[in-house]
Structures are given as C-alpha cells and as structure tokens.
Write a protein that binds this ligand. Structure first.
Ligand code: ZN
Length: 399
C-alpha cells in the first residue's frame, strides 16, 4: 500500500466493509478476499474536470470505458448536452450519474451558451439552475468561462455566482492575471484548469487557486527552472483533469493513468518522488473540490482502491470502487436511463445512395493490374492491431 502523504510503502491487508475502508496496516479475514500479492494499492483517481459528451459516449459507456483505468470519481460539466437540450439534458445527466458505478459528480453548467454569439439550443439562467442545486450529485457551478462578464459586473453573471457561494465554483480564466485575476477570484472562484504557463500558474497558486493540470498543458509548457519555481505547491494545491479524451485515445493510451505515467516521468527528471503524482490524482483533488470522504487509504475513508502492476508506469491491474470490485457483472447490473434528444440532430436521412463516389479516370472494377492499390490486398497487409478500430487489442496503462 502506498501512502500518498509520505510516499511510504507498507505490506498489509486493506479491510473493507460496505463502501468504507475499516482496517489497514495489519492482516484481516473477510468474506471475500482479493489477492493483491506483488501489487501496489493506491487511492482511486479523480478527474477534476471533463465533459462526458466530448468523449462521444453516454455516461453509462464512459463509466465502463474509464473506471477500469482507475478513475473512481469524475467531476463533470454537462455543458454540451445542456447547450443542446437545456435543463432536460442536465436532468438526463443527473439520472445517469445516479445509475453508474463510478462516482460521477456534476458541476452545473454556468455559461450556456458560452458566448452570446452562439446559436445554442438553450439558454440556462439562474432560474433553470437552482432546481438542481440540492441534488446529491451536484457540487456547485462549473467552469466560469465568462470572465469578462465577471469583471464587467454583468447582472446575469453575478446572480449565478451569488447563488453558489456556499458550493464550489470552478474557474476558467486563461491568461487572466493581476488586478483582473483579483476581481475574478473575489467572486469566490476556487479552481482553474486554463493556466498556460508556469508563471501564470504560480500567480494563481499564490492567490489561493487550486490548479488543475490538464492533459493538454501540464506545467512544463514554458520557462526554465527559475520560471517553474513555486509550482511544486501544485502537488498539494492541485489536481489532474483530462478536459476530454475520446474513446480511441482512452483505448490506445489510457485516461488519467496515462497522465499520471507522464507526470511521474516528468517528476523523475526533477528528482521528485512518484507519490506526489498519485497525491495530485487523488487526495489533493478531493480536497480541492470538498470531497472530504475519499482518497486516502485509511480507516474511515471511501473504499476506492486501484491495484497497480507497475507503480512507476501506472499500470492498472484492477479497481475497487466504493467497496465493489470492478467487474463485468457490476456494469451489467446498472439501471438504464431513458435517452433524450433523439430528434435533436437536424440532418437529411442517410441511405446507401448517399455514399457513391464517382472516381474519374479510374480503372473499371476487375480491371486490376494497371497500377493503383488493391484495396482488399492493402487491408490484408496491414499489421494486426494497426487499424484504429481494433480497440480490444489495447489495454490500460502506458509505456
Ligand atoms: Zn472544460
């Protein structure tokens, strides 16, 4: 078992009752045993900001796709479905969040549409958001992209911020610094995943912001050692977020496990031990969003446990989510949620006749040998697993 606090490794059992860890640092007997000999247990990973819709799958599929990679909690902004369907989309998302195995938490979409120039299917004003504010899956208000509106004291913006002062308000303020940053943060915005340079991240850290390291940016984007000084605090006051990853990338590279692997490699070059990466992915993340019951392997904490074959490369072997071993039957037992928005796509009907392609000057079919590739042959010659459709050939983790 790895302590994400001090980096110590302790050979021991972890006793679980229901959804809670009840014993560590000892040996225990139980009704069911999971043999983890030779493996290392770390707390479940938390993705602090993403939009499930941008993964191009529904929450039930996202659950099945990502939980085996160790992501036991994901904090989502259903911004895209809300952009199309408004409150109906959020209702669907919350119903799905209650049905899936992983703990899917929701930040209510703060800026629908994102700008007044968008032709979205819906607008969400404060009256549309408030009915969801007390839902058990809702944490607060999602990425507040309209930072010009905050700084200009726009009335519709301020009323949303005022209503969620007791919840968590997530930020989105690329390149906002100095007095503007003060003004933005004075609205009680607490996190940001859009820092583009170490200098910007350092100022935000100094002003109390929890920095979410996104897979796109990281903190190694610019500047040398001098520039990065101060950013080590991100290991306490930070978290990881994918801010979207499509299923092919998840299948080929992984999800947060891939980010952790990359982060460990980066930390290694700077002489920082790997347990900091696991802390950012778990305890620091939970603390930043006020999830106070999870992400330490200790008695009394939620039993979200990831068993690793390789701790330095974050190779996930298996996962326990809320005390339940993650296995096929768990996903099969989930309650389905009635789909919504099935008529939201405005496109002409597609038939076989929609696909003919006229190739000018091409040899007649069956007239091969005059040059040009043989499509059937080419496909047979591809190495096994080279086609991006062969998802089943890929396994979690990264090299
Ligand atoms: Zn986002």
């Amino acid at each position: 078992m790895l302590s994400v606090i001090d980096g110590s490794l302790t050979p021991c059992d972890i006793a679980i009752v229901g959804d809670r860890i009840v014993g560590t640092h000892g040996t225990y007997e139980g009704l069911r045993k999971i043999d983890a000999a030779g493996r290392i247990a770390v707390p479940g990973f938390i993705d602090m900001h993403l939009h499930v819709e941008s993964s191009l799958v529904i929450p039930h599929e996202f659950d099945r796709c990502v939980l085996p990679h160790g992501v036991t909690t994901a904090i989502c902004d259903p911004h895209e479905i809300a952009n199309v369907l408004g409150a109906e989309g959020i209702r669907y998302f919350l119903a799905s969040a209650e049905a899936v195995v992983m703990d899917l938490r929701v930040q209510l979409s703060s800026c629908v549409p994102a700008t007044t120039f968008e032709t979205s299917g819906a607008r969400l004003e404060i009256g549309d958001l408030l009915p969801f504010a007390d839902h058990p899956k809702v944490i607060g208000l999602a990425e507040f992209m309209n930072f010009p509106g905050v700084l200009a004291s726009n009335e519709n913006v301020l009323v949303k911020l005022a209503a969620f002062q007791e919840g968590h308000i997530d930020g989105h303020a690329p390149l906002v610094t100095g007095f503007d940053l003060n003004g933005y943060l004075a609205a009680r915005i607490r996190t940001d995943h859009e820092a583009t340079t170490a200098r910007e991240a350092r100022e935000k850290l100094a002003k109390g912001v929890s920095i979410l390291i996104s897979r796109r940016l990281g903190l190694q984007g610019s500047g040398g050692a001098q520039e990065r000084r101060g950013c080590e605090h991100v290991f306490v006051h930070g978290a990881l977020c994918t801010d979207d990853r499509n299923p092919l990338d998840i299948a080929e590279e992984g999800h947060l496990d891939h980010m952790i692997c990359r982060l460990i490699a980066d930390l290694k070059t700077r002489g920082v031990p790997f347990h900091h990466a696991y802390r950012v992915a778990s305890w620091s993340a939970a603390t930043a969003f006020g999830l106070r019951n999870r992400d330490l392997l200790a008695p009394g904490w939620r039993a979200d446990v990831v068993l690793l074959d390789d701790v330095e490369h974050c190779k996930v072997h298996s996962v326990v989510a809320g005390g339940r071993p993650v296995e096929r039957s768990l996903f099969a037992a989930r309650k389905p949620v009635e789909p919504v928005g099935l008529s939201s796509m405005k496109a002409n009907p597609v038939t076989a006749d929609s696909f003919p392609v006229v190739a000018h000057n091409a040899p007649h079919p069956g007239d091969r040998g005059e040059g040009g590739p043989d499509p059937q042959r080419a496909s047979q010659d591809e190495p096994a697993g080279a086609r991006r459709g062969d998802l089943h050939k890929y396994r979690p983790g990264c090299d």
